[in-house]
Write a protein that binds this ligand. Sequence first.
Ligand code: ADP
Length: 471
Amino acid sequence: MRFRLLCIILAAGLIPLYTGMKITQSSHWKRCYDSRLESMREQGTSLAGQIAQNGYLQQQLQPEVTAQLQTLAAMLNGRIMLINGSLVTVKDTADREQGKTMISEEAICAMRGEIKTYYNETEGVAEMVLPIILGASADSTGQVIGVMVLESSLADVLTEQEVFRDNMSVLFFSTALVLLVVALGLSGGMTKPLHTLADGIEQVTENLDSTQVIEAGSFSEVRQIGDAVGRMMERMAATEKSRQEFVSNVSHELKTPLTAIKVLSDSLILEPDVPIEMYREFITDINAEIDREAQIVNDLLALVKLDKTAGELNIAEVNINELLEVILKRLKPLALKRGIEMVFESYRTVLAEVDQVKISLVFTNLIENAIKYNRDGGRVMVSLNADHKYFYVKVEDTGVGIPEEEQGLVFDRFYRVDKARSRETGGTGLGLSITKSAVQMHKGSVKVQSIPGVGSIFTVRIPLSFVLTVQ
Ligand code: ADP
């Protein structure tokens, strides 16, 4: 990236500079060349007119004409030749072609009345061949009686061009140097925060430490990436922590009944002549521990299944009043055993789009808990209400309640307020987390309010119509 940035900055600075230099140079050359041709044409045409008018071409050249030709040749820093109608050179200021016949394309064109110009690159000379016309007026083109050849050296312009080129080269290379230094600094400054960010991410990844701050320098965009990566790491660390906690909780929970079974069976094996009553009692305890182990495994399976089938809900329109009545009827014997009264209050008929099996699990868990954690002879009140968007189920009990600081934790897997009591009632600490998962799958919410010693209220809110959000 740094190399690319360097190239882009250099190209962005140098290409326009080079193009600008080339344009200035060529326009300077064109301006000088054109103005030289213009002055050749002006002076040449005027002299040619004089020569024609005075009939100098037909007779011996007067010394003043020769002098005029010499002066113009000197002024042009070149040479002038006069060629008569028979294409014989009658005067050459350089004395080279005098008396020779000049048959060139330009001379022939000029004899036809045309003015020809061209640039002799090898010698650096601008040449102009113009006709000498006799009797030209407004209504007559006149007669071409000869040709004047003017040559002008452009050495001075070429020297100027060379100086210009040298100056431009110095400007070009010094600009390139300055740009290189600036580009190096700039590209380094821009890529450094990215390197720092990459190093930071590398370090955090190596140490798997979500609390470590990722250094990202002063660019706000890079800092945003750093913050986003930091948040991602935090979430990953939280997920990893909860995974580890879950695994250790599962192992612990599964081991507890096994340890009890092992102790009980060991005492039976090691004790010689165990009385039959003690044998019966221990076997009954072992049987209870096996039931408990089975219950934990069942709850775990239910939980895993909920996780796996998220988004695979079996949605249908369900009459919630009827569903709650069926659940209450099923749990009635459990309540009766402890003299607990169960009341169902429904404000209206509620039809909702839910997964019947999973929603049954939610209310069964809540009502079962309201019975389990109630006092003997207590009350469980279940109420159902709805507005235009949601339906609400409230499960209220007169039980032991939950201390305020633990109310947020009861939905965690394996969390139990009173381990001994929960064990007595056959609880695994998974019921409320199963409830919460199932409610969340329906885009609903579950809340608890509780006063220790007075009772608890669990409120579930679920949308009446199910909208599957595509993830
Ligand atoms: P468990 O299988 O232990 O009942 P849950 O996940 O259903 O597990 O509940 C977690 C804990 O929350 C329980 O162990 C209990 O301490 C507490 N709890 C749940 N419901 C009630 C309630 N209605 N009243 C008092 N405590 C409750």
